[in-house]
Design a binder for this molecule. Sequence first.
Ligand code: CDM
Ligand code: ATP
Length: 298
Amino acid sequence: MSVTVRVPAKVNVQLAVGAARPDGFHDLANVFLAVGLYDEVTVTPSPGGLRVTCEGPDAAQVPLDRTNLAARAVETLAARYGRTPDVHVHIVKDIPVAGGMAGGSADGAGALLACDALWGTGATREELLEICAELGSDVPFSLVGGVALGTGRGERLTVLEAGGTFHWVFAMAGRGLSTPAVFREFDRLAEGRDIPEPVASRDLLDALAEGDAEALAATVSNDLQPAALSLFPELADTLAAGRAAGALTGLVSGSGPTTAFLTRDAGTAEKVAQALGASGTCRSVRVASGPVVGAMVL
Ligand SMILES: C[C@](O)(CO)[C@H](O)COP(=O)(O)OP(=O)(O)OC[C@H]1O[C@@H](n2ccc(N)nc2=O)[C@H](O)[C@@H]1O
Ligand SMILES: Nc1ncnc2c1ncn2[C@@H]1O[C@H](COP(=O)(O)OP(=O)(O)OP(=O)(O)O)[C@@H](O)[C@H]1O
């Protein structure tokens, strides 16, 4: 018997970052939107013990040891519910690795939900969300999907309304960026400046609720973007190419280096994708729309 869970990637339409906290994390106002790019996580009982395998274009960059977020999710759930974590976790990976689209978080949430179904733990949604928050700041959102505001370090979620579907183009970069390194660069660039409390933008929440792509494009923001650009200056060329190709706006997705372009409609997204692909400013290009639902047992 095996259980497969499908989990979406995310883009941050607003990422407001506060000052570094004593625990090293940053308080955020993090508006997540789940988009239709998915990893699939399958768990199967494995008498030989916990093991992880992965397939997909970026599979070589995915750790297959106990540091894999999916393995950590299995071990955490097993410890809580008195199980032995003897499963084979297989990841079919379509979300770019180290791209700022919460790929590892998706696999953590997927493995958690899959093992929960396999073992019939009876855990409540709140208990699962608590484990997600232990695993990483982005993991609760991978479980929930849709559109949500993350506060605290991004793990405390408030579900938001979206009045329509938004059409995106994602440009994958030639190399990854480390999330802690981008936050460190944010701190370095912020030195000597007063960092305001992070708050969600009212105009942005209204644009989401109305499903208004142009209004959303006018209000998206990412406080980590200057830090990502500082570590990866070539991303400025990708952003310029996407805007020149007809996107309403372009921004770095989360900690990057994936760049995200919001377009008026699905047809424009295809055109922007083609132009970006031909621009020579990125490794590959994908089209995806959202919001979509979070982790789901297939
Ligand atoms: C950049 C985002 O992807 C935006 O959604 C997230 O804030 C990062 O979420 P994540 O990858 O799940 O991050 P975690 O695994 O929780 O933390 C990794 C590292 O990122 C930094 N980090 C993360 C979240 C946060 N609110 N403040 C931080 O400073 C810390 O250095 C932390 O050690
Ligand atoms: N299941 C996993 N898939 C991919 N990377 C993983 C996984 N588990 C652990 N990792 C490690 O985490 C690092 C970050 O990978 P990930 O793809 O989650 O980045 P990200 O999408 O930028 O994350 P986020 O957007 O949440 O900051 C990788 O370089 C890898 O070493």
